[in-house]
Design a protein around this ligand. Structure first.
Ligand code: ZN
Ligand code: ZN
Length: 266
């Protein structure tokens, strides 16, 4: 199967691309609404995400992209409605390897299982252009009829990173602004000073559950731990190859499924 779907109780499903390195694998979120469903991020485009999601829902789909990095946006072109932050609009429209951060060491590490995806060529991989059809910015609201998300601009990891906050359910979709792993603040368009402000802000949000761009979901206590760790100068990836080697050590099968049994999903 090209994708794995995990269904959670509150109309939220997680879709992941199978056989992508488990420390790189993008979380693709399907959020069901009365009038339409949201797809938050779209992965590496190894197989048709739209075909897979068509088997999960028959409501209209709005694709929301949290930011324009290659591991999140390569399936975006399949969707008719594509919403994201305007400051990265140029990247969605003309997604070069460099602009989507598929460059340098990120190109050298093994991200995709070559035995399952023989047509994936790590040297020539590139994101298909997918110009945004509409912009989302701080204060905007995405209303699905029975649940609504406030858009938060969360720059730092990238200039156009956004999050989606359901204030009633106290659920935050955070993209790569915050996930339960080592954070990245040294990409070409990262801004560590701005990132610190974003993380301080996230720690003050009324969110009991964070569904992130990578790794299992977590709760408020873990938010505070991660933010404090970053603000204390820890919990960042400084050398990608070293980080990759560390992730591979003791990881029998780097393409195996993640363990979500301890995740906060209420
Ligand atoms: Zn990213
Ligand atoms: Zn990412």
């Amino acid at each position: 199967m090209p994708f794995i779907t995990y269904r959670f109780s509150d109309g939220i499903s997680l879709v992941q691309e199978a056989r992508v390195a488990n420390f790189m694998r993008c979380n693709i979120w399907l959020v069901r609404g009365r009038d339409r469903d949201l797809v938050i991020d779209t992965g590496m485009g190894l197989e048709s995400l739209k075909d897979w999601i068509s088997g999960e829902t028959d409501r209209p789909l709005t694709a929301v992209t949290t930011h324009a990095h290659f591991d999140h946006i390569a399936g975006l072109h399949e969707f008719d409605e594509r919403l994201g932050h305007r400051s990265e609009a140029g990247i969605y429209a003309a997604p070069t390897q460099a602009a989507t951060v598929y460059t340098g060491a990120w190109k050298q590490i093994t991200i995709v299982d070559p035995t399952v995806h023989p047509t994936f060529d790590p040297m020539t991989f590139a994101v298909t252009p997918a110009p945004l059809t509409g912009y989302l910015d701080e204060g905007d609201v995405l209303d699905l009829g029975d649940r609504a998300f406030q858009i938060l601009h969360l720059p730092g990891h990238s200039p156009g990173s956004i999050g989606l906050l359901d204030r009633d359910a106290q659920v935050l979709f955070s993209g790569d602004a915050l996930y339960d792993g080592e954070l990245l603040d040294n990409l070409y368009h990262s801004d560590p000073l701005v990132y610190r402000e974003t993380l301080r802000r996230i720690a003050t949000l009324d969110a009991e559950i964070v569904h992130a761009g990578h790794f299992p979901s977590f709760g408020r206590r873990r938010v505070n731990e991660l933010v404090m760790s970053y603000l204390g100068g820890r919990n960042t990836i400084t050398d990608v190859v070293e980080w990759y080697e560390k992730c591979c050590r003791g990881n029998q099968d780097i393409f195996s499924e993640q363990d979500w049994s301890g995740a906060s999903m209420a």
